[in-house]
Design a protein. Structure first.
Length: 413
């Protein structure tokens, strides 16, 4: 196990984009829509993170829509002045993967193979890990693991982490029995298919402090350690945790490296970002002010210490629900599900795209875009991606308007 984990590809988990630099000029960024989803037979409700492939192609998933209304895997291809969409797979046939949700997303391999996770579908309807291989006749799907909800967890709302050896790692938000609060799982390729290489159970019964519901997925560190978060703490004194899974001769050792207490953030969510120094960056969906924070955890010989980099107040965002990305300056970019001043979503706001720029006195926040809940969509979902000159993300639709969401671009001045 240790040898396999040490081969984790850092390109499949969040890391600062070394070649991307944005000017910090205080001018408005340009918002544009690359694709507007139309609902069945097109996708509806984009979820999780997008992936940038060769030739500027963008891959992603929708939670519903498609021929069977169980979601789609789509690809956007750049043309002269627009993007054309192609549905690579309609989820929901038989024991197929189905209904992606949360931070479910895909990994794109060099030969065009797509590896992904869905929160639903599979043999038991409890979620699945799938592989789509390109061929002359299109993409052919194989479900390589169906979660059974009887021993390996259920409902993985997470992106996959894939190793050079082809192993796949992730986390499920639910367990398989009363008192089980999710699992961290690994799938190792064998000549006859994939086998579960480890299955770490989070216990949600009260009285402990290790946390449960590790729905945000895992992030690979440079030494093969896997980092993740639990949205809740087992003991009422805690409001979620950050943990690490370390390879050891006899298997995997889990250690909680930080426990939130509410005043420093509550309910961490989304995939963690890790930099070259080993510092971890993440978000919590709420806090003592109930609007969420951006935080960093820095390692030291005595353990990890937390610093809150920004606390949201509502007007500048509320309820971040996905992980962060960073440019070469160290500026952090992310989205909040609610907040801002968009009028189309009531007093709660339609969500924002924000940037946090490091300064000598701390991080300075700037709202790059306020969703209005009109044709621009609302409630941005999933982490952002860089395409070299802009930020790309996905948004849903406000309650007040009909629509199926979009893929958008923000271009700096």
């Amino acid at each position: 196990m240790g040898a396999v984990v040490a081969e984790l590809l850092l390109t499949t988990t969040p890391a600062p984009a070394a070649g991307v630099r944005f000017d910090d000029a205080q001018k408005p960024w340009k918002f544009s829509i690359l694709h507007q989803f139309q609902g069945p037979p097109d996708g509806s409700g984009p979820v999780g993170g997008l992936v940038l492939g060769p030739h500027g192609r963008i891959y992603g998933m929708t939670s519903s829509g498609g021929t069977l209304n169980d979601g789609t895997l789509f690809r956007l291809t750049r043309r002269a002045n627009s993007f054309d969409e192609q549905i690579l797979h309609d989820f929901g046939r038989g024991q197929d993967a189905a209904g992606p949700g949360g931070d479910d997303s895909v990994v794109l391999e060099s030969d065009g193979t797509v590896i992904g996770i869905t929160a639903n579908g599979g043999d038991s309807g409890a979620g699945a890990v799938f592989v789509l291989k390109p061929s002359a006749r299109g993409y052919r799907e194989s479900v390589i693991h169906s979660f059974s909800a009887t021993g390996d967890g259920a409902n993985p709302f997470c992106p996959p982490v894939v190793t050079a050896a082809g192993a796949i790692y992730g986390a499920t938000s639910n367990g398989e029995e009363s008192g089980a609060g999710g699992t961290a799982f690994g799938l190792t390729p064998t000549p006859s298919g994939y086998a579960e290489s480890f299955d770490f159970h989070f216990i949600s019964i009260s009285g402990g402090s290790d946390g449960f519901d590790p729905g945000g997925g895992l992030t690979a560190g440079p030494t093969g350690t896997l980092f993740g978060t639990t949205e809740f703490g087992e003991d009422k004194a805690y409001f979620g945790t950050v943990y690490e899974l370390m390879p050891a001769p006899l298997g995997i050792v889990r250690q909680t490296i930080y426990r939130f207490n509410g005043t420093d953030g509550s309910n961490p969510i989304g995939q963690l970002l890790i930099d070259s120094a080993g510092d971890l960056y993440g978000v919590t969906s709420s806090s003592v002010r109930d609007d969420g924070v951006v935080y960093t955890l820095r390692p030291s010989p005595s353990g990890y210490s937390e610093t809150v980099l920004h606390t949201f107040t509502g007007a500048d965002g509320n309820n971040p629900s996905s992980g962060l990305v960073a440019d070469a300056h160290g500026t952090l970019y992310g989205t909040t599900n609610f907040g801002g001043n968009g009028p189309g979503c009531g007093r709660g706001g339609c969500g924002v795209v924000f940037a946090l720029t490091p300064t000598r006195s701390g991080y300075k926040e700037r709202v790059l875009y306020n969703f209005q809940g009109a044709d621009d969509g609302a409630y941005p979902q999933g982490p952002l991606i860089f395409d070299g000159s802009s930020l790309i993300g996905a948004a849903g639709t406000s309650i007040e308007r009909q629509g199926d969401g979009n893929v958008f671009r923000l271009t700096p001045p």
